[in-house]
Design a protein around this ligand. Structure first.
Ligand code: 5GP
Ligand code: ZN
Length: 112
């Protein structure tokens, strides 16, 4: 298995896991960019959201966004940001889909 997040989903390397259901898990980002920084990832491996859509699994895409929203609501009462970096230009560094949940500070726009 050569996917970092698949390894985390399998419990083979440690992560601070804060949520798990049949289809997704949420972990604390190891390099937080906000006071609260979580990652929501599907348990099934897809490299990108494009792959999920091409695979016809829009329910899974909706699920991970819904989980991210519920967790964000819990940690970001004054608002939050959900981010899905995709591909090289999108700044994606781990090729297993994940939704960033950022909260706990005022975000700026535009992003870098
Ligand atoms: P991307 O750049 O692909 O949008 O986001 C990857 C995220 O994964 C980064 O925010 C990075 O800090 C996080 N990350 C990378 N390796 C690990 C790890 O081993 N454990 C955890 N919890 N987060 C990681
Ligand atoms: Zn994976």
């Amino acid at each position: 298995m050569d996917c970092l997040f698949c390894t985390i989903v399998a419990g083979e390397i440690p992560a601070e896991e804060i949520y798990r259901d049949a289809d997704a898990i949420a972990i604390v980002d190891v390099n937080p960019q906000a006071p609260k920084h979580l990652l929501v990832l599907p348990r099934k491996h897809y490299a990108t959201v494009t792959e999920i859509v091409d695979g016809g699994d829009e329910a899974l895409l909706g699920h991970i966004v819904a989980v991210a929203t519920k967790l964000a609501r819990d940690v970001g009462s004054r608002g939050f940001r959900l981010v899905v970096n995709t591909g090289t230009d999108g700044g994606q560094t781990v090729d297993h889909v994940h939704v960033h949940v950022l909260a706990g500070r005022r975000m700026t726009w535009p992003p870098g």
